[in-house]
Design a binder for this molecule. Structure first.
Ligand SMILES: *[C@@H]1O[C@H](CO)[C@@H](O)[C@H](O)[C@H]1NC(C)=O
Ligand SMILES: *[C@@H]1O[C@H](CO)[C@@H](O)[C@H](O)[C@H]1NC(C)=O
Ligand SMILES: *[C@@H]1O[C@H](CO)[C@@H](O)[C@H](O)[C@H]1NC(C)=O
Ligand SMILES: *[C@@H]1O[C@H](CO)[C@@H](O)[C@H](O)[C@H]1NC(C)=O
Ligand SMILES: *[C@@H]1O[C@H](CO)[C@@H](O)[C@H](O)[C@H]1NC(C)=O
Ligand SMILES: *[C@@H]1O[C@H](CO)[C@@H](O)[C@H](O)[C@H]1NC(C)=O
Length: 264
């Protein structure tokens, strides 16, 4: 035990002595650093909830590392307006809009190019809906849509719910309801609408930065309800026709009588 400890202490002492001697000899400890720089970066950011902008930054803490340019990438794509031909070891960028959420990469260009990423999360925002009400007849097909205005980052997951009493119940794929989701757009398709399908539907787009939702109302009318106005119109037409025919006949018989009188 004791000999192991002694060896450890001596070993460490030897290492320290070696480092001190090398530093004294070279006169600059940075020459001992690894040729690849180490980047210190600002923390990941979550936008939204009142915060729509943030400044992110990277700093290359190895003075000896040769840098001949800086550039930022968003989602793997270079942002040309951030490109500078400088030897700066510090770079910052201000994300000024929810729209700009994504994965940011700071790149220090040079013979040994180095980079690191900072994640800026942002909540989704649904686009403004014009239609809040949809009216259909029993037995028809209906599609309810939800569209993202801002996609947010990371990508959202969609869900649809229906109001049942005071709570919204989640709608899963069923024989008569299908939910489809594409990038930035979700559709609830009801194949054959029944009276019981009438009510409030809520679509929800959710990611780790937030949730956006929209409620729309489906009104379902029975065929009989549709038939009544039609029958009323038919009845009205029939009534008008009979009145017209009646009048004409009256007129005809009167003039016939008058002619009979004249002949007599
Ligand atoms: C938004 O802010 C409120 C109060 O400032 C807080 O209670 C809530 O948890 C925040 N929501 C998110 C998603 O950060
Ligand atoms: C930086 O230098 C490269 C070539 O050395 C050149 O192509 C590029 O346009 C320069 N960029 C800027 C922003 O000056
Ligand atoms: C970002 O960089 C600019 C110029 O390089 C500097 O003026 C500004 O203070 C920096 N901002 C932060 C938050 O570090
Ligand atoms: C970032 O660094 C990795 C290795 O750490 C490298 O594979 C990649 O090409 C670099 N990307 C850029 C844009 O410099
Ligand atoms: C509505 O809620 C009640 C009670 O919470 C439940 O028993 C019923 O199955 C729900 N209806 C539908 C269509 O989910
Ligand atoms: C629901 O069904 C549709 C069509 O069959 C399919 O595209 C979709 O991925 C399904 N959704 C789920 C959550 O299973």
């Amino acid at each position: 035990m004791n000999t192991t400890l002694l060896r450890l202490v001596l070993g460490n002492f030897h290492n320290v002595l070696h480092f001190v001697l090398m530093s004294l000899l070279i006169g600059n400890s940075s020459a001992l650093d690894s040729p690849v720089g180490v980047i210190e970066r600002s923390a990941n950011v979550i936008l939204g909830n009142g915060t729509e902008s943030a400044t992110i930054s990277c700093s290359l803490n190895t003075a000896a590392h040769t840098v001949n340019g800086n550039v930022w990438l968003r989602n793997g794509r270079e942002m040309p307006d951030t490109e500078v031909n400088s030897s700066k070891h510090f770079m910052n960028y201000t994300v000024s809009n929810l729209m700009d959420a994504g994965v940011y990469t700071c790149v220090f260009k040079g013979p040994d190019q180095v980079n690191t990423t900072i994640i800026v999360q942002g909540p989704p925002v649904l686009s403004k809906h014009k239609r809040m009400y949809t009216s259909v007849y029993v037995g028809s097909k209906v599609q309810l849509h939800c569209v993202l205005g801002l996609h947010g980052f990371p990508p959202v997951s969609w869900s649809w719910m229906k109001l049942n009493g005071t709570a919204f119940d989640k709608i899963e794929n069923q024989t008569h309801a299908t939910v489809t989701r594409t990038d930035g757009h979700s559709v609830l398709l009801l194949h054959s609408v029944q009276l019981i399908d009438a009510g409030e539907y809520r679509c929800e787009a959710r990611n780790s930065a937030g949730t956006a939702h929209f409620v729309q109302i489906l009104r379902v009318h029975s065929m009989r309800a549709a038939l009544w106005p039609f029958l009323a119109i038919v009845a009205e037409v029939l009534l008008l026709c009979s009145i017209i025919i009646g009048c004409e006949q009256l007129h005809k018989s009167r003039s016939e009588k008058q002619e009979e009188l004249k002949e007599n």
